[in-house]
Design a protein around this ligand. Structure first.
Ligand SMILES: [Fe+2]
Length: 314
């Protein structure tokens, strides 16, 4: 499980790591924060994802270590060990090796620790779904990533992004009780089976609503299969009635479903999928589709995976 790469782009992480960076500036430069599961965050790179790196175990010992022109120090807070690394200034004296973490920096790491736990717990829950059927493997994680990317592209607030991120992770949690045979069914579903599958947004949202403070997330999950023309489910809401987060997750969900394995359809290229999704004008919000296009173009995804055949649209 690698929650870092995704959460790094949310405001929660940006805020906490920004505080950390600010408060460490007096000790050294080029702050890096290494995570127990192998990722690294570098203070000067505020734009998000970085490649996972092997955690240097030998540096995670008590006290400050000097290595490669940097100071390394492990901090254990609330059961999570973080390894901080800063470039030692030219004038670094022996005394500097005993530096302590400033209180606000420590608080920000504590907050991140709590958030990491929540993320991992939610991720663990989604593993149950992954074990149930192949189509769920990694789906929740990719939808989460893409939803946050679209939301950021649209300039949503940190709070909105955090809600969308959690809702995207959990959007299909209500499928957890469905029989495996039903999820793996290749042909069209009978009316009765369709009803059972469609109940997942209601069930998932009812499960999430039990958690204090997650009411908005429950609302977003409830409406992630609504369509702007009112043809969606479970309530047949129209555009203005659908929570904005649900509109974003609907697009990310559909795009991921098109580009990855499904028992009932062949996988398409990114380009084909994007062309198909934007033709469904009654289903998805135009501004969300426009943001999806900008994200895909910026990431080079459309260009990297050109259409098999030709497209008159591009
Ligand atoms: Fe769903």
């Amino acid at each position: 499980m690698k929650p870092l790469e995704l959460s790094c782009i949310t405001g929660v992480w940006k805020t906490a790591l920004g505080i950390l960076d600010e408060n460490m500036a007096g000790i050294g430069s080029d702050l890096q924060l290494w995570f127990p599961w192998g990722g690294v965050w570098r203070g000067h790179d505020r734009n998000g994802s970085l490649p996972p790196t092997d955690f240097p175990d030998d540096l995670a010992k008590p006290g400050v270590t000097r290595f490669g022109g940097r100071f390394w120090k492990a901090f254990s807070l609330n059961g999570i060990t973080w390894l901080l690394s800063i470039r030692a200034p030219m004038s670094a004296s022996a005394g500097m090796e005993s530096w302590e973490m400033p209180r606000p920096a420590e608080d920000s790491l504590r907050m991140l620790g709590d958030f990491v736990r929540l993320e991992c717990l939610l991720g663990l829950t989604m593993k149950i779904l992954e074990n149930q059927s192949r189509e769920h493997i990694g789906h929740w994680d990719r939808v989460r990533n893409l939803s946050v990317a679209i939301g950021s592209e649209m300039g949503l607030s940190v709070r909105e992004l955090a809600d969308i991120e959690l809702a995207a992770m959990l959007h299909d949690i209500g499928k957890v009780g469905l029989p495996e045979e039903l999820l793996a069914m290749a042909g069209p579903l009978s009316a009765e089976d369709r009803k059972k599958v469609e109940a997942h947004s209601l069930i998932g949202s009812a499960m999430i609503r039990e958690i204090p403070g997650m009411e908005m997330i429950a609302e977003i999950v409830l409406s992630h299969h609504e369509a702007i023309d009112g043809s969606g489910y479970p309530r047949g809401l129209k555009f203005a009635e659908i929570p904005f987060g649900s509109l974003i997750i609907a697009v990310a969900d559909a795009f991921d479903a098109m580009t990855h394995y499904r028992p009932y359809a062949i996988e398409r290229t990114y380009h084909e999928s994007y062309n198909e999704i934007r033709r469904e004008t009654g289903k998805y919000a135009p501004e969300v589709l426009a943001a999806l296009e900008r994200v895909l173009r910026r990431l080079g995804i459309l260009e990297a995976k050109p259409l098999v055949g030709t497209s008159e649209d591009w």
